[in-house]
Write a protein that binds this ligand. Sequence first.
Ligand SMILES: [Zn+2]
Length: 289
Amino acid sequence: MRTPWERFEQETLANLQALIRLDTTNPPGNERRAADFIAQILIAAPIETMIIEPKPKRANLIARFPGSDRGKSPLMLSSHTDVVPVEPAHWTRSPFGGEIADGCIWGRGAIDMKAKCAMDLGVMLALKRAGITPERDLILAAVADEEAGSELGARFLVEQHPDLVRACFVLIETGGFTLFIGERRYYPIQVAEKGFVTVRMTVSGAPGHGSMPRTDTAIGWMAELITRIGRTPMRRRVTPLMRRVLDDLGIAPEKAPPLFRPIKRRRFFARCSVIRSRPRSCAPATRTT
Ligand SMILES: [Zn+2]
């Protein structure tokens, strides 16, 4: 059966608008709203669907479309239903309006990542309606809490319900994104994660009273240290994987476009503790966080 793509587009767009209109700002999350919306569409299809809540209103939705060979590891379509907070005063259109204007759909989550969520839903429906049985199971996961650590979403599912989400390939928000390098279009496949460095620093200095300001305080030294670290470029390291990507794209490592620069360097995070100044003669600095 042929898929009526015009209907697919209209339906997916309408589902995206509906998802944007459900405020799932995290915190507090309230992803149950989105999970219920997606679930009622999948169940009507009908496609096997379940909602799992590690905490009230923090819902994860898992749907499974059975393939012909159950021995093959599934393919997963993964999205998250929460969005980051908004400052409505800085928006030119309603962040939860899902309005279509100027050739765009407007709203929090339109890109990150209710669009993918609506597309995944559309794919499941299209397969079902076309009567297609894929070779392997197809799993749709629309999870909670991605924007605030994934504790109640992906991590919860992997740790508490691994059998529901075990898959050999996952299509996520950065895979499938159209990427333009020069005039050419690419669809990236993620095979690794960037690393980062955390620096924990403890600085001590002489104590003093506010009425007698001094220049050699622990806070002052720490500020200087952070500035120095921030201004020192991290060592560049082109891993074999990175080299292969650049080779395939025909880009010399030193000529890599801005998009690739952060991938070649580690990211730096300073975990700064507030240090209480102490007399020089005292034993270890007291750190309060
Ligand atoms: Zn995201």
